[in-house]
Design a protein around this ligand. Structure first.
Ligand SMILES: Cc1cc2nc3c(=O)[nH]c(=O)nc-3n(C[C@H](O)[C@H](O)[C@H](O)COP(=O)(O)OP(=O)(O)OC[C@H]3O[C@@H](n4cnc5c(N)ncnc54)[C@H](O)[C@@H]3O)c2cc1C
Length: 467
């Protein structure tokens, strides 16, 4: 047999890219390929990428995408891989473009109150840099110690203070991105307002790497974070806590946080950190109010009255800010605490805020009827619920059963006028729910928009919607 040995596609893609880029940018050994292959979503399929590329600037990203567009090679963008819906999961033969080396804060302008960053900047690093200049970048996902601004933009991430201060979308002024054809486009603005053209920067927010790779972001900042007053309440059951949330919403007070943590979550944190949280009661509601001066105190008083009127087993205004911070820190530990006990399936439905008690009641009923234990964590003030099921690692049957239970929960949420994902994005796991929520005509619009941005269909194919 003569002729050159057949070079596998995987090796060809990696070696071509290595020839195209400065040295050290391309990773192709099996250990690296495996470590960049998937995000944190339990049960979302993934393949090994053909190559991982860690570009250092926009021109390198554009060169990679142009190469892939010419050969029909799929491209999957990746921030820190903390996503919970499989959005960053590698697909067969793809190139993963990992943004962890594009992690510079390019500018913080205190006068214009804006920041310009590369996509790989970690959320907490930006927040710390802003705080050092007396400024505040509010979007605060519980993954803020690890997740990147690029990933936050691509998923339109929310967080604890978003109930009052909005989600990532509300802070994106402008973007630079590489389209599916490898073209670099600058979108949006640095000005206070603009009516120039379509809002294409906004279109990229929440597009989960299916329309373009975001290479630079201009973000709106706020002045220093106001002082907060904390209210803590324990409730006997989920619907009781839900009624307290509905009362707060109806009172007109907009808290700067309104978080719910149920007994399974509290116990998981206790087992790990020995904080004694679950001794307090079954369901914890944590609220914060930050109106300036005496108004903040008044707001906290109103929230406390709402908790009492909804039948709290115990509630109090916290006089000790360190203790209050510890409670919020514990809330952030829930997901890793549950992960210590098995694989965590996590949902992200969002319902109208007044229907939070109804949805929480349905969650309890669903758990009872299906004989499963659903742990509940929620950005309750937004109506954004994160029911979670822990399944033993390696138990594919339980995983499939869990997915089925969650399909039912998604149906319930959509039936209540809710949405399949409040903040995690659609990725691979919520595609069915999205199709149901949008309907065929709106899905076709999505497909049409995708064709314009990504004519070769190489950007994160098979994610968010089919075809
Ligand atoms: C413990 C824990 C707590 C969490 N808490 C929250 C929370 O409170 N709120 C919340 O919203 N989410 C939360 N998440 C989910 C996750 O952290 C967010 O979705 C986050 O925004 C993902 O950022 P990332 O950098 O990890 O992105 P990745 O997971 O790497 O990617 C997410 C998506 O963005 C795309 N993407 C990444 N970078 C780019 C880019 N530069 N250009 C184009 N597309 C890109 C990817 O292709 C993928 O589709 C949590 C996750 C964990 C593990």
């Amino acid at each position: 047999m003569g002729g050159a040995a057949k070079v596998p596609q995987m090796t060809r893609t990696a070696s071509d890219l290595a020839g195209l880029l400065p040295s050290g940018r391309v990773l192709a050994d099996p250990v690296h390929l495996a470590s960049y292959a998937h995000d944190e979503a339990a049960g979302a399929p993934f393949a090994l990428p053909a190559a991982v590329v860690r570009p250092q600037d926009t021109s390198e990203v554009a060169a990679v995408v142009a190469y892939c567009a010419g050969r029909g090679v799929p491209v999957v963008a990746r921030g820190a891989g903390t996503g919970l819906s499989g959005g960053a999961n590698a697909v067969e033969g793809c190139v993963v473009v990992a943004f962890d080396a594009m992690d510079r804060i390019l500018e913080i302008d205190p006068d214009e109150r804006l920041a310009v960053v590369q996509p790989g900047v970690v959320n907490d690093d930006l927040r710390a840099a802003c705080a050092a200049k007396g400024l505040w970048y509010p979007p605060d996902p519980a993954s803020s110690p690890w997740s990147t601004i690029g990933g936050n933009v691509a998923t339109n991430a929310g967080g604890v203070c978003c109930v009052k201060y909005g989600v990532t979308r509300d802070y994106v002024l402008g973007l630079e991105a590489v389209t599916g054809g490898g073209e670099v486009v600058r979108l949006g603005r640095r000005t206070a307002k603009s009516s120039a053209g379509y809002e294409l920067a906004g279109l990229l927010v929440g597009s989960e790497g299916t329309l373009g790779l975001v290479t630079e972001i201009t973000l709106r900042l706020r002045g220093e974070r106001p002082r907060e007053h904390t209210v803590v309440g324990f409730f006997d059951d989920l619907p009781g806590a839900g009624r307290a949330v509905a009362r707060v919403v109806a009172s007109g007070v907009v808290p700067s946080a309104l978080e719910l943590v149920d007994r399974y979550c509290l116990r998981a944190v206790d087992e790990w950190k020995r904080m004694g949280l679950s001794d307090g009661g079954n369901v914890l509601l944590l609220a914060r109010c930050d109106a300036p001066g005496a108004a903040g105190e008044q707001e906290a008083g109103t929230v406390l009255a709402c908790f009492e009127a909804a039948g709290a087993a115990w509630c109090e205004r916290s006089g000790d800010e360190a203790e209050a911070d510890a409670l919020f820190a514990a809330r952030r530990l829930v997901y890793p605490a549950l992960e210590r006990t098995g694989r965590v399936l996590s949902e992200d439905v969002c319902v109208p805020r007044t229907l939070v008690p109804e949805m929480l009641g349905r969650l309890e009923r669903s758990a009872r009827e299906r004989g499963v234990r659903i742990a509940s964590l929620a950005h309750a003030g937004d109506g954004n619920l994160h029911p979670m099921l822990v399944v033993p690692r390696g138990d594919e049957r339980e995983l499939a059963r869990g997915r089925e239970v969650f399909e039912g929960i998604v149906e319930e949420a959509i039936g209540l006028g809710g949405t399949v994902t409040g903040e995690h994005g659609v990725g691979l796991l919520k595609m069915r729910g999205l199709a149901r929520e949008l309907g065929p005509a709106a899905l076709d619009l999505h497909r049409g928009i995708k064709r314009v941005w990504d004519p070769a269909g190489i950007l994160n194919p098979g994610k968010v919607f089919a075809g």
